[in-house]
Design a protein around this ligand. Structure first.
Ligand code: ADP
Ligand code: MG
Length: 456
């Protein structure tokens, strides 16, 4: 704690040097020692709500920037009022100002990324439902949606959103026991401890929690013993009303090789999916990421942002990587941020995409998402084995488009739709070909979709 206090007082000194006396005396002077440190937030007490708001609105970014010199890992200040701090102390009898990181050590450190907050998560059509559900869960853990099951392709923000929930809950209550675990880590620990007969240790870690965040549950596939253990854990926590959040790269019903007893439990709660962001959404994400990287949001012109957003349409992680690369490249070589320079910076990333299957896969995914949007079904239903007409017809349209636009072999197309065989795809393409001739509406639909595919 003393270290944090020292840092705060050093920063305070700098503020005194940099700010007008009147401002300093009114705003910063009354802020004394650090109240507590939790979840990488350093809590300072403002004497009243007015000063708290002034700091938050006008000075917090600056204060946080000072912190960067002191810590490798991101730390931020959080301002609370004296009233709130007193209340918190009164409510937590065992709370010790000298040991603020006890809980953090056990549950948080190196575990939850504190920059994954609802604030930094950009909302658009592709993730709105997931986002609102996550907020509800964070507000009322264990009550509104248990478990919350979030699924979607890689790099679309599942981990980010899941950790928002954890960060939000911890912000409200530093003593909440939030445990984030990657599924492969869960399996590994189980195997290791089961081997040594140390179940107690294992149970202590996993059962003594308020909120359990389990990332990438698909990795439980084929791990029967771990599945059983997870099932037990799930039953216990769920029974106690503890919030469970799960992410996966596929819907619960598509989790092959995970016992159905478990996957049917996932459907007790709320299931939401995250899809690929559209162009506008990608631009917004880039703008947000840029703001996090630099204080000057006008550093990169809109044309360059739009260029990056139009090329990297597959997932947010790639999008973010592309932005960082452009930033790095232009800064390192002292170049202006122009589309041409951005192209240059990204050429190694873009070229392989055009040359290999990757782009093809992107194009296929693009068609899938356009078709599912068009028919208002989810992409996972589109590629699922469900046989309701409302899924079958769009699925056949998607296969038809992939065949006619990209000429992939039938078998290859089948592999994108849950490993359907060559003859199913062929039949679908044939059927749509006939329908286009017979049915004016189908013809129009296909034309519209073809244009859309060309635009993307
Ligand atoms: P997933 O777990 O689905 O593979 P991640 O949560 O790891 O994806 O997200 C990959 C990267 O993209 C992260 O850096 C994350 O911050 C970013 N990201 C994804 N979606 C969003 C979003 N909606 N707003 C801001 N950043 C996002
Ligand atoms: Mg993830």
């Amino acid at each position: 704690m003393t270290r944090y206090n020292e840092i705060w007082h050093e920063i305070k000194q700098k503020l005194e040097e940099n700010f007008d006396d009147v401002v300093f005396e009114e705003i910063f002077e009354p802020v004394d020692d650090v109240f507590k440190v939790s979840n990488s937030y350093i809590y300072l007490i403002a004497p009243n709500d007015f000063i708290k708001k002034r700091i938050e609105m006008l000075y917090l970014n600056k204060l946080n920037r000072y912190l960067e010199q002191y810590f490798e890992k991101l730390h931020k200040f959080k301002i609370i009022t004296k009233e709130k701090a007193t209340e918190e102390l009164a409510n937590q009898k065992e709370f010790s100002v000298n040991e603020p990181e006890n809980n953090q050590d056990r549950y948080i450190k190196g575990n939850i990324n504190t920059s994954y907050t609802f604030d930094s998560f950009v909302v658009g059509n592709s993730n709105r439902l997931a986002y609102t559900s996550a907020i509800k869960v964070a507000d009322q853990p264990g009550i509104v949606a248990n478990p919350l099951y979030i699924f979607g392709d890689v790099g679309l923000g599942k981990t980010h959103l899941m950790q928002c929930i954890g960060n939000y809950i911890l912000e409200g209550n530093i003593n909440a026991k939030v445990l984030y675990v990657k599924t492969d880590q869960f399996v590994e620990e189980y195997v290791k401890l089961a081997h040594k007969n140390k179940f107690e240790e294992f149970n202590r870690k996993y059962r003594d929690v308020d909120v359990l965040l389990v990332d990438d549950i698909q990795f439980l596939a084929k791990k029967e013993k771990s599945q059983l253990e997870f099932f037990k854990l799930f039953e216990i926590l769920h029974g106690e009303g503890k919030q469970i959040v799960i992410t996966s790269d596929r819907s619960a019903s598509d989790l092959k090789d995970v016992m159905s007893r478990l996957t049917s439990r996932f459907e007790w709660g709320v299931t939401v999916d995250i899809n690929r962001p559209d162009l506008d959404h990608r631009i917004k994400i880039l703008e947000k990421k840029l703001l996090a990287e630099t204080s000057d949001s006008d550093l990169i012109p809109t044309s360059v942002i739009e260029y990056i957003a139009s090329v990297f349409d597959n997932n947010v992680r790639e999008l973010e990587g592309a932005l960082k690369r452009v930033l790095f490249y232009c800064t390192a070589f002292n170049l202006n941020f122009t589309v041409k320079n951005a192209e240059q910076a990204l050429k190694n990333l873009i070229k392989p995409r055009i040359n290999n299957n990757h782009l093809r896969e992107n194009q296929v995914k693009n068609i899938m998402s356009l078709v599912s949007d068009y028919y208002r079904i989810s992409t996972s239903d589109l590629i699922s084995k469900k046989r309701k007409a409302k899924y079958v017809f769009p699925r056949q349209i998607a296969m038809y488009l992939i065949k006619t636009l990209y000429g992939l072999p039938y078998q290859k197309i089948g592999s994108f739709f849950n490993d359907r065989d060559h003859s199913t795809v062929m039949h679908s393409v044939q059927k749509i070909t006939n329908e286009i001739e017979m049915d004016y509406n189908v013809k129009k639909d296909v034309e519209k979709l073809t244009t859309k595919c060309g635009q993307n």
